[in-house]
Write a protein that binds this ligand. Structure first.
Ligand SMILES: [Fe+2]
Length: 388
């Protein structure tokens, strides 16, 4: 058995946990920069969280100018406010964008340079976050990104239309408050797309060549939960049990990629997110089945195990037949949750393929090298074309 290092992020999980946020956050700071999705601010949730934190004597400075694929320049702006206001903790409430935005604010608030300087790219010298990073507490309101459990903060640079990621253990939240109640009102399409993102985290970390016993344990349970509970929660958003299971699946998927990162699916999808501002879950959904079709021959055992986690009825098939079924079962899952998207739905055109391929290799090369099947530039271009 291979050697590995295992940890589990600090998670407060359960219905009603968000109401304990004041007592949890006061251990990390007394003046919080609250980065919160604008829709949550508009529906009054900022006031509720302010009141809860106020009772624990935690003051709040609120920042809400957050868009999906979070803008690195807005991060710099929010960090400047956090610095001037002497904020000593970041509380990030929302989907992956608000959480990653908050993580990046925590990096830049007390360290030199701009947010983009800290992103992991081969075309510039990468600044590394240190212990000056503010403590972060996250409260996810979607079940997908798993950002509450990861050392990633994905940012978008709208000037060059590229996404890139801060990768540092300093951005692992001190606590992730994962409360399924926060996800009860998620719209149907967002539920489906974010659920597919959680699924992709688990599948991609599972097939990553560096996957180990602990990361695979997390990933396989997450795959099983998404396969069982995403279709019912998309069919009926009031299914509280399914909301709970999806919340847990998302955290498990995040914890899996916190050990072993994603591979080809995210390398293909993230450039489209940056270049065309495509929603993250949607761009993953556009390519994941093709990625699995391309990849399963490289590791029949793992793909057979994934197929069995999705649908236990394939258990008695020979290994190769099970592995071949894996992309088919994922396509069926996507159909069950009414997700049928292509990159062109987000505005990608044939003429953009060279550009996104370049971004995939420069910005996400570190994920590509861990993919089980060798991926050339020609493979990337062909896959973009097939998913267009
Ligand atoms: Fe993702």
């Amino acid at each position: 058995m291979e050697a590995f290092k295992a940890f589990f992020p600090n998670i407060e999980f359960g219905v009603g946990k968000w109401r304990l946020a004041g007592d949890i956050i006061k251990d990390y700071g007394r003046k919080a920069m609250l980065t919160i999705d604008p829709y949550l601010d508009a529906n009054g949730f900022s006031d509720e969280i302010s009141s809860i934190l106020g009772k624990a004597s935690v003051d709040i400075i609120k920042y809400t100018d957050i868009v999906s694929n979070p803008n690195c320049f807005r991060v710099d702006e929010a960090a400047e406010i956090a610095r001037k206001e002497n904020c000593d903790v970041v509380v990030a409430v929302g989907g992956g964008s608000a959480m990653d935005f908050g993580k990046a604010v925590a990096v830049v608030a007390r360290q030199p340079g701009k947010a983009w300087d800290y992103t992991e790219r081969t075309d510039h010298e990468v600044k590394r976050p240190t212990d000056k990073t503010l403590p972060i507490v996250t409260i996810p309101t979607t079940a997908g990104t798993g950002s509450e459990a990861t050392h990633y903060a994905v940012l978008n640079n709208p000037e060059i239309k590229e996404k890139s990621t801060i990768v540092s253990t300093w951005v692992i939240p001190k606590v992730g408050i994962v409360d399924p109640e926060m996800m009860y009102s998620m719209p149907t399409e967002l539920t489906a797309h974010t659920g597919i993102d959680a699924f992709a985290h688990s599948v991609e970390s599972y097939i990553n060549i560096n996957a180990h016993a602990f990361s695979k344990l997390l990933a396989l349970e997450s795959i099983r939960l998404v396969a069982e509970y995403l279709p019912p929660v998309v069919a009926n958003g009031n299914n509280k049990e399914a909301r709970e299971k999806m919340a847990w699946a998302s955290t498990l998927g995040g914890a899996a990629i916190a050990h072993i990162g994603p591979v080809l699916g995210h390398s293909l999808a993230q450039p489209v997110g940056g270049f065309k501002n495509a929603p993250h879950g949607g761009s993953i959904a556009a390519c994941l089945v093709k990625v699995l079709e391309f990849s399963y021959v490289a590791d029949l055992k793992k793909f057979a195990e994934i197929a069995e986690a999705i649908d236990p009825s394939v258990r008695d098939l020979p290994q190769r037949a099970k592995a071949e079924k894996c992309p088919e079962l994922v396509a069926r899952l996507f159909k069950d949750v009414n997700v049928n998207v292509r990159f062109r739905d987000f505005g990608l055109k044939e003429g953009d393929i060279d550009k996104v391929t370049h971004i995939a290799t420069t910005g996400y090369g570190f994920d590509l090298v861990n993919h089980p099947r060798t991926v050339t530039d020609d493979d990337l271009k062909r896959l973009y074309r097939e998913c267009l």
